[in-house]
Design a binder for this molecule. Structure first.
Ligand code: ZN
Length: 403
């Protein structure tokens, strides 16, 4: 089986490479903004009657302008502008898809210098010892020392600046053996803010202590940041410090999630999770909550591809299924359950159980075929890429949803 895998390395560029990286990021940003402006002008001139130009047309126009207007772009790989226009195209497509499906996805925005600086390159990208050969930029040392940096063919590299550090994400095609279906138990997973994950067998994964400490610091720092006057010297200092701290916090979070998703995918035949509540997420502005939300997306993304790798199945249960209100022992459904109650107490059978554990157990029940048809709840199955493939009411859940 061929799989696409991403490998991320931190770069250790020398000064001239640093300026080349910045130049590439600058070209990508300029072209993205240029493309966006062109589309807005076109839209205005046609009073909305004509669709925006696509990336191909725009790239042709850009190439013709390069000779006369943007000759400074020749210093950079031609991939950087091309990929920036593709990204813009994608941003517009997402926006339109959002309009159709009723999801609120913002209109593409102009990029600002120093905010998410990045660019993508194709072509000859390979490791030579500890150095990564990048088109136009040259051989850049990576910080991590390894015997083998990856085991496949590199398709592309995305270079990003985070705080004051540079990272290269390689997309690599690898050949891995087809996995045998895992013969482990079915497990339900409840993901939360306080406890990271509660499994239906009683296992819990807590957030690392370092994360809590960092969140406190982040809160303090972001408060002081919002009081600073923009463009002052202090503003830039605090901005960099804040960016560094965000990066560290996300790295800690990422490590924990990888451990959790690997454990789940390697040891269980079926993993049942609840769908994400996207609209509820966007409204929340608290830092701890925001990071937990990003973590949930990441959790599902990792779990989806790891299930394909290791041979387990991912089942996603609709948000409309009241997993926290139902008693996992007798099936009684409460009308209301306040969020502050940490324990679930059943007034019918007398069960007293941790709220998250009760929810996780219900997820397992809902994935079993007999209860599915019995209660007629909306259970959806997803393939490895997280795309919905079928609903349970039409087909047997264990038949054809594996890709
Ligand atoms: Zn009960």
């Amino acid at each position: 089986m061929h799989v696409r895998r991403a490998y991320r390395y931190e770069l250790d560029p020398n000064n001239s490479q640093k300026s080349s990286l910045l130049r590439h990021a600058g070209v990508a940003r300029f072209v993205y903004n240029w493309g966006l402006e062109q589309r807005l002008i076109q839209y205005k001139n046609n009073r909305g009657n004509e669709r925006f130009a696509d990336a191909m047309k725009q790239h042709k126009l850009l190439t013709s302008l390069k000779k006369t207007h943007f000759s400074w772009m020749y210093e950079c790989s031609k991939c950087a502008p091309q990929e920036a226009l593709r990204d813009l195209d994608r941003a517009f497509k997402n926006f339109y898809r959002g309009l159709k499906t009723g999801k609120r996805i913002g209109f593409p925005k102009f990029k600002r210098k120093g905010v998410h600086d990045s660019f993508r390159l194709y072509g000859i990208i390979r490791f030579e010892g500890r150095k990564l050969q990048l088109p136009r930029i040259g051989k850049v040392r990576v910080k991590e020392k390894k015997e083998n940096y990856h085991g496949g063919r590199i398709l592309s590299v995305t270079v990003r600046k985070r705080a004051d550090r540079w990272f290269a994400s390689l997309t690599v095609v690898e050949e891995i053996p087809d996995p045998n279906p895992i013969k482990g138990p079915v497990i339900g997973v409840d993901i939360g803010v306080k406890t990271l994950a509660t499994l239906s067998d009683g296992t819990t994964f807590s957030n690392p202590k370092a994360l809590g400490r960092r969140l406190k610091k982040l809160r303090r720092l972001s408060k002081s940041f919002s009081r600073k006057k923009s463009r002052s010297k202090n503003y830039e200092k605090v901005r960099l410090k804040l960016a560094k701290m965000y990066l560290k916090t996300f790295n800690i979070r990422q490590d924990t999630l990888h451990k959790l998703t690997t454990y789940l995918a390697k040891n269980h035949s079926e993993i049942v999770i609840e769908d994400l509540n996207v609209s509820g997420m966007m409204k929340n502005r608290r830092i701890a909550r925001a990071i937990a939300d990003v973590g949930m997306f990441e959790f599902r993304r990792q779990l989806a591809y790891k299930c394909t790798w290791y041979g387990s199945q991912l089942v996603v249960v609709s948000k409309t299924y009241p997993s926290s209100k139902i008693c996992s022992s007798c099936g009684h459904k409460k009308k209301v359950l306040s969020l502050s109650k940490r324990d679930y107490v059943c007034e019918v059978c007398g069960l007293r159980i941790d709220r998250d554990l009760n929810a996780a157990r219900n997820l397992v029940t809902v994935s079993l075929p007999e209860t599915q048809t019995a209660c007629g709840e909306d259970v959806r199955l997803y393939d490895s890429s997280g795309i919905m493939t079928q609903t349970s009411e039409k087909q047997e859940p264990n038949s054809s949803h594996r890709s």
